[in-house]
Design a protein around this ligand. Structure first.
Ligand code: GAR
Length: 204
């Protein structure tokens, strides 16, 4: 079976990237990472990529804080196309994607979000859930569409919030599940097992 070529977009620590690297090495994931792109030159994820001999690059996002400038967006598209990426995985990439990038890779972009969508979209989802006082939260892998944290859901994992949990311990527990379900979702796509019907995905 042909390996799925991944383009992974990061902004920070890159622990989800690391989990993908480790799962590929452990033969749990029929994929290869063609390129890691960071909007932040100091992202530790760039070091993780280098340590694993994976091609990585910082592409300046331009003047905005929460999206790419038009010029930057073109650079991202060019880089992803040049590296013949089949699937873009947002792994802690803290910017909203705009139309040109979405259209260039329609149906081929996925994201991991640290809450059970549609609850707590947006920034600091773990904090939102913790402060709200929910007893269960978790994480979601979903296709990316033109609304924030909104596209069809591929996989979710539930995490129980215990009395003794702090925001930090909860975040840690959620992250552990993220590392598991992100690779599982990518593997389903690598095996061409996912069909999308409106908002719903089915596994064949
Ligand atoms: C993860 O918890 C991810 O779900 C979240 O950022 C963290 C990145 O961690 N993403 C978002 O909040 C996207 N809106 P990592 O850099 O260690 O993978």
């Amino acid at each position: 079976m042909k390996k799925l070529k991944l383009g992974i977009l990061i902004s920070g620590n890159g622990s989800n990237l690391q989990a993908i690297i480790d799962n590929i090495k452990a033969n749990k994931l029929n994929a290869e990472i063609a390129i890691v792109i960071s909007d932040n030159p100091d992202a530790y994820g760039l070091t993780r990529a280098k340590n694993a001999n994976i091609k990585s690059i910082h592409i300046n996002p331009g003047k905005y804080k929460t999206k790419l400038s038009d010029e930057a967006e073109q650079e991202y598209i060019k880089c992803l196309k040049n590296n013949k990426v089949d699937l873009i995985c947002l792994a802690g990439f803290m910017r909203v994607l705009k139309t040109n990038l979405l259209n260039a890779f329609a149906g081929k972009i996925i994201n991991i979000h640290p809450a059970l969508l549609p609850s707590f979209p947006g920034l600091d989802a773990q904090k939102q859930a913790f402060d709200y006082g929910v007893q269960y939260t978790g994480c979601t892998v979903h296709f990316v569409d033109n609304k924030v944290d909104h596209g069809p859901i591929i996989k979710q994992a539930v995490v129980e919030v215990l009395q003794q949990d702090t925001y930090e311990s909860l975040k840690e527990k959620i992250l552990k599940q993220e590392h598991k379900i992100y690779s599982e979702a990518i593997q389903l796509i690598a095996e061409n097992k996912i069909r999308i019907n409106g908002r719903k995905t089915t596994i064949i």
